[in-house]
Design a protein around this ligand. Structure first.
Ligand SMILES: *Cc1c(COP(=O)(O)O)cnc(C)c1O
Length: 366
């Protein structure tokens, strides 16, 4: 018997067991090709079918219209931090950035290499990033080309539960959805461009999903290196160079799994049940667990909390490890504890975590 732990890592992260089993079964021979996906030409008929099915499945799940292109690129979300401004900014132009965490800050630093950046909101405090803004709290530029938002702040444990909009009617919203893509249904039309490294909620590391409104191609800078141009990847269906075929194949399996469980409505119900259970447990013991994030900004994907001392935190992480609950240490920049409850984390995993937290707290009190 294979030993599987409950994996609360923030990314790369846990994947659905049934998906892993299917991949294992197809590793040596995928669809009768006599070879696995890792060995296939990205131009083969077998892989072409996988590529097309993956995109079609995403279109069904999010009801994405024809005015949007779906791309799978290399380089991770961090590559999009500069690809977005490289395509859409220059020194005569400005973009608004909503600063809600470390990843948002990294994105803004890269954008500042290409054009002028304005912080529409700065959530940074001496205690860290503890909230996301409401629409009213934004200070928007009337002439910004785009508004960049991070929908879920993986390290801080905050999440946008409403859509932020630009002031300039021609501007579009760019969403970094790396850590909450597909946690629920949302309206893609609220965004001009969405990007997500797939290794958090969609698959393994190695591919980045980009959803781009096609008319925006007209606004891209023309003379960029060919791989930096969105147009290149749109015109070649993400197959200009060797696509990350294995991660895309796994994403296809994860999307098929999402459809099989009943789609994003059911996924949202499950995700809320998991997060509610954990937050309720933490809130029920305020003398022992401290949740730094403002309530209405709490993330459903990454739950962060503190224990009374860092020594107790280390002891809990160790105890959890011994009990098959791994990846609970908070990000090194903020400390504390963090449980990543992505789509593939089961309620059973969260129940095991809650029960260990309760007994740990009770033992400390007695
Ligand atoms: C992990 C993460 C990134 C960085 O992703 P890479 O694929 O490692 O470059 C960017 N933004 C957010 C919100 C993330 O969670």
């Amino acid at each position: 018997m294979t030993k599987r732990v409950f994996n609360f890592n923030p990314g790369p992260a846990t994947l659905p067991l049934s998906v892993l089993e299917e991949i294992r079964d197809e590793l040596l021979d995928c669809r009768g090709a006599g070879m696995g996906v890792m060995e296939m030409s990205h131009r083969s008929a077998e892989y072409s079918a996988i590529h097309a099915e993956t995109k079609a499945s995403l279109r069904r799940l999010l009801e994405i219209g024809d005015e949007y292109e779906i791309l799978f690129l290399g380089g991770g979300a961090s590559t999009q931090f500069y690809t977005v401004p490289w395509n859409f900014l220059n020194i005569a132009k400005q973009a608004d950035y909503v600063l809600t965490g470390v990843w948002a800050a990294n994105a803004a630093v890269e954008a500042a290499r290409f054009g002028k950046i304005h912080y529409a909101y700065d959530a940074k405090t001496p205690q860290g990033y503890l909230r996301v803004p409401t629409q009213d709290e934004l200070s928007l530029s009337p002439d910004a080309v785009y508004l960049h938002v991070t929908t879920n702040n993986t390290i801080a444990g905050t999440q946008l539960h409403h859509t932020l909009r630009p002031e300039n009617p021609d501007a579009f919203v760019v969403g970094d959805m790396s850590s909450d893509m597909l946690w629920r249904k949302f309206d893609v039309r609220d965004y001009g461009l969405i990007y997500a490294g797939v290794q958090k909620n969609l698959g393994p590391a190695g591919a980045t999903l980009v959803i781009l409104r096609r008319d925006l191609l007209e606004r891209c800078q023309p003379d960029l290196p060919v791989m930096a141009r969105y147009r290149t990847h749109v015109e070649s269906d993400s197959l200009f160079n060797t696509a990350p075929v294995f991660p895309i194949y796994v994403v296809g399996k994860v999307l098929a799994w999402l459809e099989s469980i009943g789609g994003l409505g059911e996924m949202e119900r499950r995700n809320r049940a998991k997060a509610d259970l954990l937050y309720q447990t933490l809130d029920a013991n305020p003398d022992f667990f401290r949740t730094p994030v403002e309530r209405t900004s709490r993330s459903v994907m990454n739950v962060v909390w503190r224990l009374p001392t860092t020594e107790l935190e280390s002891r809990f992480v160790k105890l959890a490890d011994q009990n098959g609950l791994v990846g609970l240490k908070g990000h090194r920049s903020v400390g504390g504890l963090r449980a990543s409850l992505y789509n593939a984390m089961t309620l059973e995993g969260v129940e095991a975590l809650v029960s260990l937290l309760e007994s740990f707290a009770a033992n400390q009190r007695s």
